[in-house]
Design a protein around this ligand. Structure first.
Ligand code: FA5
Length: 345
């Protein structure tokens, strides 16, 4: 029996040494130490032994069990460690691999065009002022020399909120508000902001768009000052070789009034599809501030004069960046917006 036990121990230890994984090891445990295993069988047969042999064999069986159990535990520890190392190896991160590209957001093209224009005018000593988008009829029209019933009100079809309140149709009411606030002092401001008209949306018209108003009031302000200022604007936005021309026009709040064209930056004035073969592109309305507008705001029109202009910001952005439809600015399609990444424009 002693011989049998030694042989079982050797067998068990050899199988433990051979076990390649935890499952195989468990099979060895069940096979040798389990209730139906050979060592348990031997213990059951102890009753047949003599009184002297029994304690000797009992001690021997226990030693064999302890040896096998100790070896099993050692091998479990080895296999568990190997399993952890294998897992670490499989899940290791290669920090040298390039990361997934995260696309950064970008300021809207229109915002950037407006900021470019603001920068130019700030450099020329202008202040930036703002006014309300929900405006009084008085500032939007009356203070701009457009009394109730004036036919020229039809030039700007309006969204009225009540009889005396509307969504402003242009940024010119900020002129009246600024003059009121400055109380006869000289003025040099630009006023960017949203305006609203009941225009039917198409490729060049939107019911909501951005204007940038300009207003300068002081002594001896002349048409030539207006022309020089707008020339600087055209050159900044469209290139140093651009020229402007002034065409007579009509606005109730300026006299004389002009439409301002810039020589086409695509064909340099020769005529192309952008300038509709004329060589010129209209960019804004302007003029000398009407004496009635000055007087209504408390300015002495015999001592001070001024010029004003109103730029359509989308139209400038469209020309500068070749945008063929004004609606692209408002539909938030990232395929459009991402084309004008700041670093590339
Ligand atoms: C005016 O709004 C005047 N207040 C401008 C002005 C200010 C003249 C100061 C004299 C002195 P007008 O309606 O032409 O003018 O509009 C000015 C510019 O806004 C246009 O040249 C055009 O660029 C743009 N604009 C007008 N209507 C729309 C529209 N529906 N969608 C997009 N842009 C428009």
């Amino acid at each position: 029996m002693e011989q049998q036990l030694k042989q079982l121990e050797q067998e068990a230890l050899a199988k433990i040494a051979d076990a390649a994984d935890l499952k195989a090891l468990n099979d060895v445990r069940v096979a040798y130490l389990g209730k139906k295993g050979p060592i348990t069988d031997l213990l059951k047969g102890m009753g047949k032994l003599s009184a002297e042999e029994r304690p000797k064999m009992g001690a021997l069986v226990n030693t064999v069990r302890e040896n096998v159990t100790a070896e099993l535990e050692k091998k479990v520890a080895v296999l568990e460690e190997a399993a952890i190392l294998a897992q670490l190896e499989n899940e290791s991160i290669d920090v040298t691999l390039p990361g997934a590209k995260v696309r950064a957001g970008n300021r809207h093209l229109l915002t950037r065009v407006i900021e470019e224009i603001e920068d130019l005018f700030l450099g020329m000593g202008y202040e930036i002022v703002e006014g309300p988008e929900v405006e009084k009829d008085y500032y939007n029209f009356e203070a701009m020399n457009l009394p109730k019933g004036h036919p020229a009100r039809d030039m700007q079809d309006s969204f009225y909120i009540s009889e005396e309140t509307l969504l402003r149709t242009h940024t010119s009411p900020v002129q009246a508000r600024t003059m009121e606030a400055k109380k006869g002092e000289p003025i040099r401001v630009i006023c960017p902001g949203k305006v609203f008209r009941r225009d039917t949306d198409d490729a060049t018209h939107s019911h909501q768009f951005m204007q940038i108003e300009g207003l300068v009031i002081g002594e001896n302000i002349r048409m030539s000052d207006l022309k020089g200022t707008l020339d600087a604007l055209a050159k900044k936005m469209f290139g140093a070789e651009r020229e402007i021309r002034l065409r007579p026009s009509f606005f109730p709040f300026t006299e004389p009034s002009v439409e301002v064209d810039v020589s086409c930056h695509k064909c340099s004035g020769k005529g192309c599809n952008v300038c509709k073969q004329t060589g010129w592109i209209e960019i804004l309305g302007a003029g000398m501030v009407h004496p009635n507008v000055l007087e209504m705001a408390g300015y002495d029109s015999t001592k001070l004069s001024g010029f004003a202009f109103g730029i359509g910001a989308e139209r400038i952005a469209m020309l500068k960046y070749g945008v063929d439809d004004i609606r692209h600015f408002y539909t938030n399609d990232t395929r459009f917006l991402s084309q004008f990444h700041q670093a590339e424009v």
